[in-house]
Design a binder for this molecule. Structure first.
Ligand SMILES: Nc1ncnc2c1ncn2[C@@H]1O[C@H](COP(=O)(O)OP(=O)(O)OP(=O)(O)O)[C@@H](O)[C@H]1O
Ligand SMILES: [Mg+2]
Length: 239
């Protein structure tokens, strides 16, 4: 049994704040030297909101999501998400944080090709303490909610791009995450599928109570978000 994850003491991590970042710094070691990608950024994300992260290619959007998602640890500063200070969690706590607190949606869907839509969503519930039957019921319910009740048995290759992304959204929501992180979720979709996926993402806070951080080049998404965070030169630029 893992020890309880460390709880933040910062009063700014109140019930209305989903993400509280102070001095968040992240850099890569490259042959050319240290590349500072996030240069001590401060921001809060309000619980139940949708935030769009924009910025030029290479500005650090994916890096920021990796840190928020517990895939990479901040090099300096702190990020407190749902009571977890990601700068101090150990490996096991990080793994548990990723499993229990976050849901991911990727540009290339990230579905397992050998599994059906239903099985892809069920898989995300493997670690939950629920029976196989309950997992199946929950996966059906989630896929029904994204309009795919008649595609449960389809493998990814037998789904359109938009349908694949809807499966990925259902999977991301399976463990009732506090935070949904989406990296250019409509980057591979046509206009019609983009509109459907956009609508689903915007409904996530109201329907599932999760906060959404979405990286996008799509102005339509950025315009619909509650807030926009633009990255440039390692900083957040308000525009
Ligand atoms: N593993 C790594 N090692 C070294 N440098 C990296 C690594 N990953 C990313 N970078 C560099 O860090 C910077 C930020 O990369 P990141 O992937 O976060 O950008 P991005 O804003 O998501 O770009 P895009 O819009 O093209 O997806 C880039 O200059 C990239 O070359
Ligand atoms: Mg990226």
């Amino acid at each position: 049994m893992a020890s309880p994850a460390r709880v933040a003491v910062d009063p700014a991590d109140g019930p209305g704040v989903a993400v509280h970042a102070v001095g968040l710094t992240f850099s890569y070691d490259t042959p050319e030297g240290t590349l500072v990608v996030l240069d001590g950024i401060d921001f809060d994300v309000e619980a139940g909101s949708v935030v769009a992260v924009t910025g030029a290619s290479g500005s650090g959007k994916t890096t920021l999501l990796s840190v928020l998602g517990g895939l990479d640890r901040p090099h300096a500063g702190s990020v407190v998400i749902a009571g977890h200070d990601l700068a101090v969690l150990d490996r096991d706590e990080m793994a548990r944080y990723r499993r229990e607190v976050v849901g991911f949606v990727f540009q290339d869907f990230g579905l397992l090709g050998q599994l059906t839509a239903l099985e892809n969503v069920e898989l995300a519930l493997t670690f939950e303490r629920v029976s196989r039957r309950q997992r199946r019921a929950r996966a059906r319910e989630l896929l029904g909610a994204v309009g795919l009740i008649d595609r449960l048995g389809h493998r990814p290759r037998a789904l359109s791009g938009g349908e694949k992304q809807r499966v990925a959204i259902a999977r991301a929501l399976a463990n009732s995450p506090r935070l949904v992180l989406a990296d250019e979720p409509t980057g591979n979709l046509d206009a019609a599928a983009t509109a459907v996926v956009l609508e689903l993402l915007m409904q996530v806070p109201a329907e599932h109570g999760s906060t959404v951080v979405v990286v996008t080049h799509d102005d339509a998404i950025a315009a619909r978000a509650d807030r926009r965070m633009h990255l440039a030169d390692g900083r957040i630029v308000n525009r």
